[in-house]
Ligand binder design. Structure first.
Ligand code: FE2
Length: 299
């Protein structure tokens, strides 16, 4: 068997992994207090705001921000903020607007605009990275989630830096982690509706290195429309990953975004908790989400 055809080794040897890990742990910040960056004008961010946003993303692949209330409902303000961080190429989907902004809200009571996808309900969303089913040339490098309206209760997001999760996995199951880099670790069957192919079959690894040498992760806890490689090591690795995600890891951050606040991240692993909306239609939970090809801060 030609090993190189079936695997994509992430690190050439243990020493390379150890130095990557050391660098990551040295830079990583476990602090959770006061880490939201206030942005006065998202159309023209100040140098100190830019430096703080980028510093936090380099440390843990995400940053939380808060806009001046004047801009809290403006999709254009979010797009502009992202552009200044190097996020140019938006990735749309059938549910997003023409400008590729998705309005994430519970549409189950809206017969004219219903959706069969869980993000558009008030149900919990299990741990995943965005666009895990997208081909290499459209893979989601980063995304922003911006809160326009908070739910009446619930709707928190939990986040974990995928690089820190990789380090945990390596420590927990060093003999299993390689199986998550197999090029056929996960298969997403084609999405065909009324004879029209909305998405072709995708096959890929959970962990890979992107062309710039950054760790990339494709993952979902969903059970339907995903086929894991039938291999004992892959099954064990996935169950180890799932048990890590259900443990109270110190790297996990739980946030409940308020109006005007958002998460910018390099497509880290995240989930959403269930929520209850207010009876008032104008106060329903609403997030704007925009996905990008680029990673944050790679100008
Ligand atoms: Fe997501």
């Amino acid at each position: 068997m030609n090993f190189s055809l079936t695997t994509s080794a992430l690190f050439s040897d243990t020493r390379e992994f150890q130095s990557w890990k050391e660098k990551k742990l040295n830079e990583y910040s476990f602090e959770t207090a006061n880490f939201t960056v206030n942005i006065a004008n998202p159309f023209s961010i100040r140098e100190d705001e830019y430096i703080e946003l980028i510093k936090q993303v380099r440390r843990r692949n995400f940053v939380l921000y808060r806009l001046d209330p004047e801009y809290s409902e403006s999709p254009q303000a979010i797009l502009s903020l992202c552009r200044q961080l190097g996020l140019i190429t938006t990735i749309g989907n059938p549910e997003s607007r023409r400008d590729h902004i998705s309005f994430i809200t519970d549409r189950t009571q809206d017969p004219d605009n219903s959706s069969r996808y869980i993000p558009y309900t008030s149900q919990p969303l299990n741990w995943h990275t965005d666009g895990y089913y997208y081909p290499e040339n459209r893979k989601v490098g980063s995304f922003v989630m911006h809160c326009v309206n908070q739910a009446e209760s619930g709707g928190e997001n939990s986040l974990i830096d995928h690089e820190m999760l990789y380090i945990q996995m390596q420590e927990e199951a060093p003999d299993l982690i390689q199986s998550l880099s197999l090029r056929d670790t996960l298969t997403i069957p084609a999405n065909i509706e009324q004879g029209q192919t909305l998405r072709y079959t995708f096959q890929g690894p959970v962990y890979s290195m992107d062309e710039k040498g950054y760790l990339y992760m494709r993952f979902t806890q969903r059970k339907r429309h995903i086929i894991w490689k039938q291999n004992a090591k892959v099954s064990q690795a996935i169950s180890t990953l799932n048990s890590l995600l259900s443990n109270p890891l110190t790297e996990k951050v739980k946030v409940r975004l308020a109006k005007g606040e958002g998460i910018l991240c390099n497509n880290i692993v995240h989930c959403r908790h269930a929520y209850t909306d207010s009876d008032s239609k104008s106060k329903k939970r609403l997030l704007y989400r925009i996905r990008f090809l680029e990673r944050i801060g790679m100008l």
